[in-house]
Write a new protein. Structure first.
Ligand SMILES: NC(=O)c1ccc[n+]([C@@H]2O[C@H](COP(=O)([O-])OP(=O)(O)OC[C@H]3O[C@@H](n4cnc5c(N)ncnc54)[C@H](O)[C@@H]3O)[C@@H](O)[C@H]2O)c1
Length: 353
């Protein structure tokens, strides 16, 4: 059990988590670890067994354990809340929290429908509340170092980005039930789960995606939603293309990001770490590369770092990374949905902004 003595005197943020599943545990751990800033105040999950288990783990008294998020929001004086439920619930739960002026961290995808994402953006602006979408790959240390490197121009002008986010899927051993494979709860499959992280990181590192063409398929699992997708991106007017592969059926292999610029190559391999080759590459193929070391600051990994940064932001403290906004959640969803349209129609889709 995590000790929470003395919170009252210290004016800590009272944190609530809705959906205490696998990622909910990560959020709870983040609030519990920020001992000078936050306290795990209340918790909500429709699954009683999970609620009890997580309540015990984080020392939340029984009276502040809820199965209905509305009652938790009504009864508890929360300062900050995380929405960690299956995708279909994000909109109504985030809306309810934001309406109450509670700082809200919502998991990805932020909503399933564009109009709902837009509604959250407008609502948060109107209420003036702090919000964030949990695009956790922004907090992968080597991705942060890559962002700084691109800003310094150390890769020259990037002309190609490839992202491969693929693994064996959310089962066995991750999610609490089979909701990820049900269209009604998830809204989509690997593309909306992993592809949306890739879309966000592409836009974060390179800039706005202008158009997308995609293939989205259920190749290997007997499920309702897609288990593999590829997207071809154009960052026009920038002279840069991108390729995303995401999947839930992958045997071990490359996972991460490759960036190619006219002054170098950067491989951000999630398993083996980064590799940077510096040097001029002329269009005729002449190269003179030398290996260089990407300076990746040490520290907590992406999930704890994401939580620590979010809590600092809510507390009004400085942060070291640009935090993903609801607008970022909206544009990433727009591109993911456009990719699904492209796969259906066989046509490239230009992104309206
Ligand atoms: N950012 C990341 O890196 C990352 C990683 C994994 C999952 N996620 C996202 O987090 C969300 C949750 O995924 P997960 O893997 O933790 O799933 P999970 O199945 O492990 O957890 C979901 C929890 O929500 C509970 N729940 C379901 N309906 C509820 C409701 N109406 N009210 C309250 N609780 C409810 C379930 O009982 C379960 O405990 C998804 O949106 C997923 O896309 C993000």
């Amino acid at each position: 059990m995590v000790a929470q003595k003395g919170w009252a005197k210290m004016g800590l943020l009272k944190a609530g988590v809705i959906g205490a599943g696998s990622i909910g545990d990560v959020h709870l751990s983040g609030y519990a670890s920020a001992k000078r800033d936050a306290v795990v105040w209340a918790i909500c999950d429709t699954n009683l067994k999970r609620l009890e288990e997580m309540g015990e783990k984080y020392g939340v008294p029984s009276v502040r354990r809820y199965r209905d998020y509305r009652r938790m929001l009504e009864n508890e004086p929360l300062d900050v809340v995380s929405i960690c439920t299956p995708n279909v619930y994000h909109f109504e739960q985030a809306r309810a929290a934001i309406e109450r002026g509670i700082a809200t961290l919502v998991e990805k995808p932020m909503t399933l429908r564009l109009e709902d994402a837009r509604a959250l953006v407008h609502l948060a602006k109107r209420v003036g509340v702090k919000t964030m979408v949990a695009f956790s790959h922004r907090f992968v240390r080597m991705n942060m170092a890559a962002k700084r490197l691109l800003e310094r121009g150390d890769l020259g002008t990037p002309f190609m980005i490839r992202v491969r986010y693929a693994h064996g899927g959310p089962y066995p051993g991750w999610a609490q039930s089979d909701w990820f494979y049900k269209r009604r709860y998830a809204g989509g499959g690997a593309l909306l789960d992993m592809g949306i992280h890739a879309i966000d990181i592409c836009q974060y590192l390179i800039g706005p995606i202008h158009s997308v063409a995609a293939e989205v398929k259920t190749l290997r699992k007997p499920i309702e939603v897609d288990d593999n997708a590829v997207m071809a991106l154009d960052f026009a007017p920038k002279k840069c293309l991108g390729m995303i592969e995401c999947g839930w059926t992958s045997p071990p292999g490359f996972a991460g990001i490759e960036l190619y610029g006219d002054e170098g190559t950067l491989i951000l391999d999630l398993i083996n770490g980064p590799k940077w080759l510096r040097g001029k590459q002329t269009p005729d193929g002449a190269t003179q590369f030398r290996p260089a070391k990407l300076a990746v600051p040490k520290g907590p990994s992406h999930w704890p770092l994401q939580m620590a940064q979010w809590i600092r932001y809510v507390r009004g403290k400085s942060v070291i990374e640009t935090l993903p906004t609801l607008e970022d959640g909206l544009t990433s969803l727009r591109i993911a949905l456009a990719a699904m349209d492209s796969a259906r129609t066989g046509k490239r889709v230009t992104i309206k902004r």
